[in-house]
Design a protein around this ligand. Sequence first.
Ligand code: SF4
Length: 187
Amino acid sequence: MLDQEKLVQTVLSCGAAKAEVITREQIVTNRAFWDICEGNGCGRFGKYWNCPPAIGEPEALMAEIDTFSRAVLYQTIGEIEDSFDIEGMGEVGVSHKRTSRRIHNTLPEIMDGTRFLHLSSGGCDLCARCAKEENKPCRFPDKILKPMEGYCINVYRTTKGTGLKYINGANTVTYFGIILFEETENG
Ligand code: SF4
């Protein structure tokens, strides 16, 4: 039986700045975000197993999200020198990935058999060079975290009405993760 409050507390204890339970209705999806990935601004499209198009077509990904009834949305907030501090943004991004990894490692036990989908942000950093570039299978398929945007989630609109702000003040950067789960009678 899943204890949702315990899940939130676990996410916070793993390093997230804020976390809260939201309903499926609060999660806004739009295939335009998959299309942005396809625009390949980050240079990762088609090169990583955890990113589009390897994770599936947008309609299938949105349909998968529809199979869950609730989620825990969480965020990492970090300070940067100014809006041009790319290095600082990268450091906060690495910190967020570590937090997501710690959370991910706790999930098999805390979810207690509840079906779930854990998404984070950005590309996979588990290997120096993704096996996809060599046309080989993913080396750690059970450990990879797929990006929320790649799953067509509009993160900005999903934060509306929650206690998690999309922007957290001047000289800060914020990254998000989400654990979707299937609510049952017992939890
Ligand atoms: S674990 Fe390695 S092979 Fe798999 S997606 Fe990540 S970088 Fe690629």
